[in-house]
Design a protein around this ligand. Structure first.
Ligand code: DAH
Length: 323
């Protein structure tokens, strides 16, 4: 075996080897137990003593040449395979989300629709805190302590006497304390009651409307509500104003629409009670107003024909992904 010859033949085979497989088999062919290198080594033992050191060195050099060239080629191939994989799997996190991946939850859709409707009618949006004092949630709304009307609300209380607001009506009081008439406000928001069944969840949403000015009368209220119903329920349902009781309005009514299975209550409303006006320092002799309040879940269920309110809170993706 001629070392120079073997080297030449290795280099030409190495040039051809362009895959992991061919490089690995070249490695076995040269460096394996029965490979060319070990044959060269066994030749070394038969060489004349004076040539041994020189020959040994050359064989070792050849061995390193084989090892280094094969391993650097393998490394290059692995690196380029990795680069290719990375570029194939690359995710551009700056790309905008496809607009049809998600959509608003039905409750948000309806809350926005109602808010926009009233905004277009000149109402301004007002918000209040979800943790309220008894004063704003009850007393100022003409619901004194120990009055049975407080039992209408299953209230979550904090140890310090504050509570989770049971309705959005306290925002009426806060707004009337801060701004003077003419007032035309709409307050959507979360409310809380200790109640849970097919039609009640401990947290739900209400939207409250309040108009206060001189000479506001029941006809204004009735017209406002009828126009709203006509716009919200496209099929023009029959509407009924049913006498009712709320401590903060007098007279008070509940509004029903005629559904397939009879009358459905959709909101409460009435003329702002003189005591409420007095509580915020307005004279009932000069000012009058109307207020209305409705449950957003109820309106959502009617719009989308959802029969169990709890479905709205179970994180069912079909509610938030556009089909
Ligand atoms: N606050 C009432 C409730 O939660 C709803 C309501 C009824 C609001 C009549 C009003 C109103 O503003 O006039 O049951």
């Amino acid at each position: 075996m001629d070392l120079a010859q073997e080297k030449k033949s290795f280099l030409s085979k190495f040039k051809e080897a362009d895959s992991q497989d061919s490089l690995n088999s070249l490695k076995i062919q040269y460096l394996g137990k029965k490979g060319i290198l070990s044959s060269l080594m066994s030749q070394l033992s038969n060489a004349p003593a004076e040539k041994k050191p020189e020959l040994g060195k050359s064989i070792n050099k050849f061995k390193s040449l084989i090892e280094e060239s094969i391993s650097s080629s393998l490394e290059k191939i692995e690196q380029s395979a990795l680069n290719e994989q990375l570029s194939n799997e690359a995710i551009d996190v700056t790309l905008p989300l496809s607009p049809d991946v998600g959509s608003y939850h039905p409750i948000s859709l309806i809350a926005n629709e109602i808010s926009n409707y009233f905004k277009n009618k000149g109402y301004v949006l007002r918000e209040g805190p979800e943790i309220e004092s008894e004063y704003f949630n009850f007393s100022a709304l003409n619901i004194p302590e120990n009055h049975p009307a407080r039992d209408m609300h299953d209230t979550f209380y904090f140890d310090n006497g504050n509570l989770l607001r049971t309705h959005t009506s306290p925002v009426q009081i806060r707004s009337m304390e801060l701004e003077s008439p003419p007032l035309k406000i709409l307050c959507p928001g979360k409310v809380f009651r200790c109640d849970s069944d097919q039609t009640h969840t401990p947290m739900f949403h209400q939207v409250e409307g309040l108009v206060v000015d001189k000479d506001i009368n029941f006809a204004h209220l009735k017209n406002e509500i009828l126009e709203f119903i006509e716009s919200f329920f496209k099929d023009n349902p029959k509407v009924r104003f049913r006498p009712s009781y709320f401590p903060f309005t007098e007279p008070s009514v509940e509004v029903d629409i005629k559904g397939e299975n009879g009358w459905l209550e959709i909101m409460g409303c009435g003329m702002v009670h003189p005591n409420v006006l007095k509580n915020v320092g307005l004279s009932p002799e000069v000012y009058s107003g109307f207020a209305f309040g409705m449950g957003i879940e109820r309106m959502t269920m009617l719009r989308y024909q959802i029969s169990d309110i709890r479905m709205l809170f179970e994180n069912d993706l079909r509610f938030v992904i556009k089909g």
